[in-house]
Design a binder for this molecule. Structure first.
Ligand code: ISL
Length: 522
């Protein structure tokens, strides 16, 4: 068993975790100062979102120099110090890589703008003439995931209206042309750069992107449908193109020279068979699966998501991954209904999550039960807000900084002004307050992670056995194990399965499992 096949990975949204220098933005030094907390929580691996040099149009997913640290997050010395300290705390460190696109401030893209159509500088991206007599129409009908056309027109070096370039995300994130060998050579250099500095693995952003079909044909979808999250549908030419697998084989060949290091891909691929293709023995080690995170709080839907995730990896030699959220999604406490019920449901789902075989991802702040924050318009920073013409508020609500202790404005996150406002209700949810409260969400996570690591009931295989359960409920155990996880999403209390209760997400009533509650039994 490799370490990544049974890890509890904690996703750190670097901007929002801990601010070491008082500028209101989280940084590498801040993370280092909070490693003790992560050790207490019991996670074994960290995933850091991009901390590379960036103009921050998409908060770091627009990378201007993939081998440099942005000054707002620290410098290379701070990174090296963090890796060393994390390893001393027996925490592994995985970092994001963004191979699909660069920032428009990347030196390659600046050079492309200064060069003529047809030049080698432009050939690192997707530049094309427009359609129509004067080239005023974009080269095809592709839409940006963040809204609007996926093409932006540039002025030629001589000042006239020129070519268009492709950006599946914001215009500040031009897509790289992966049929250009320089693009791979540069990613390889970047991977070795960070591997040689001691990272334990990579999360590959948009791992189903990169490769594009020859000639960039029109999508047969209407633009409105293309706006919806790309699900790897065959009719959507923007993502999940067959050529991507050759790229993953190259990535894997680099990793294979660094035993014990791993890659996990962000795979927004709805079809189970196509998902599995990325996990062949010479491609990714793991794929991020958001099926469970997308399921509503309903036992039948949760069971279906779990079974589909298991099915998607069944034909591979890898393990499933599970998560309830990430920096792109509404937080569980809000998504499951908000208020007290939403909080209780998020806690119940944490026990489902942590009972599952394979690798688990916990998004920072979910262990505190943080809700999404209702931010005022003027505070919003996600490019989705502007790109959608203020129709979609974007992802800032679930990226508000972590409340550590004390009160407003910074709650111990920063001595300055936090980059997104932290609301009054955070006062009761700080890590410090929850560490002292045995009934807190943080205490539940700590106990659950500890049991997951040490209890023999978790040593079972990767198959699940389902028990008969009342309507709106589910119960499962790993094949060969005695530990049962039961979840009640119905409106009535139900009898518990037989066994000793090891942990429950809320109080049990007369030995019954109340609504919005889960329990582990041995
Ligand atoms: O969050 C989404 C739309 O608002 C998703 O469709 C998301 O954009 C998609 O899953 C790709 O996400 C990744 O790459 C993006 C970045 O903005 C996301 O934060 C990252 O997780 C572009 O680099």
């Amino acid at each position: 068993m490799q370490w990544w096949q049974e890890a509890v990975v904690y996703q750190i949204y670097v901007r929002s975790f801990a601010d070491g220098d008082g500028d209101g933005v989280g940084d590498l030094g801040g993370i280092r100062s909070r490693l003790g907390y992560l050790e207490l929580l019991g996670v074994d691996t960290l995933w850091l979102t991009p901390f590379y040099t960036s103009p921050m149009a998409d908060h770091g997913y627009d990378v201007a120099d993939p081998r440099g640290v942005d000054p707002v997050f620290g410098d290379l010395d701070a990174f090296d110090a963090l890796v060393e300290a994390a390893h001393e705390h027996t925490l592994r460190i995985t970092v994001d890589l963004v191979p699909n696109h660069t920032s428009s401030e990347h030196e390659w893209f600046r050079a492309a703008l200064d060069s003529a159509p047809g030049s080698p500088e432009r050939a690192r991206y997707h530049f094309k003439p427009g359609r129509g007599a004067t080239g005023d129409d974009p080269p095809n009908n592709w839409q940006s995931v963040f809204g609007g056309s996926a093409w932006t027109r540039v002025a030629d070096p001589d000042g006239g209206q020129g070519e268009w370039y492709l950006h599946l995300f914001s215009p500040d994130q031009p897509d790289l042309n992966w049929s250009n060998p320089e693009v791979w050579a540069d990613l390889e250099k970047t991977m070795r750069f960070w591997l040689d500095r001691g990272v334990d693995g990579f999360r590959l952003d948009v791992a189903h992107g990169m490769s594009k079909p020859e000639g960039l044909p029109n999508a047969l979808y209407p633009p409105s449908k293309l706006l919806a999250d790309a699900g790897g549908d065959r009719a959507d030419p923007r993502f999940n193109h067959a050529g991507v697998h050759e790229i993953h084989r190259k990535i894997r060949s680099v990793l294979d020279a660094y035993p014990g290091r791993m890659t996990v891909g962000e795979l927004r691929v709805a079809d189970d068979n196509r998902f599995a293709e990325y996990l062949r023995d010479d491609e990714l080690h793991l794929g991020v699966d958001v099926r469970l995170a997308k399921a509503p709080f309903d036992a039948a839907a949760v069971r279906e998501a779990i079974e589909r995730t298991l099915a998607a990896v069944a034909t591979t030699s890898t393990v499933p991954t599970w998560t309830l959220a990430n920096h792109d999604m509404s937080r569980p406490a809000s998504r499951y209904g908000g208020g007290a019920a939403g909080g209780a449901r998020a806690r119940a789902m944490a026990l489902v999550l942590l009972a599952l075989p394979g690798t688990v991802y916990v998004y920072t702040g979910d262990e505190l039960g943080l809700p999404d924050v209702d931010l005022p318009d003027e505070a919003l920073q996600d490019p989705v807000w502007e790109r959608s013409g203020h129709k979609e508020r974007g992802r800032d609500a679930n990226r508000v900084p972590i409340p550590w202790d004390g009160g407003q404005p910074g709650y111990g996150f920063t001595t300055g002004v936090p980059w997104l406002p932290m609301p009054p209700e955070y006062g009761a949810l700080t890590a410090a307050a929850q560490l002292e409260d045995t009934a807190s969400t943080l205490s539940l996570y700590r106990r659950a992670i500890e049991l997951r690591r040490n209890h023999p009931g978790f040593k079972g295989g990767s198959e699940l056995e389902w028990f008969g359960a009342p309507d709106g409920c589910l119960a499962f155990r790993r094949a060969g194990s005695t530990l049962v996880c039961a979840l009640n999403t119905s409106k009535a209390s139900v009898p518990l399965p037989p066994g000793e209760v090891l942990l429950s997400s809320g109080p049990l009533v007369n030995g019954m499992l109340p609504p919005d509650t889960a329990a582990w039994l041995a």
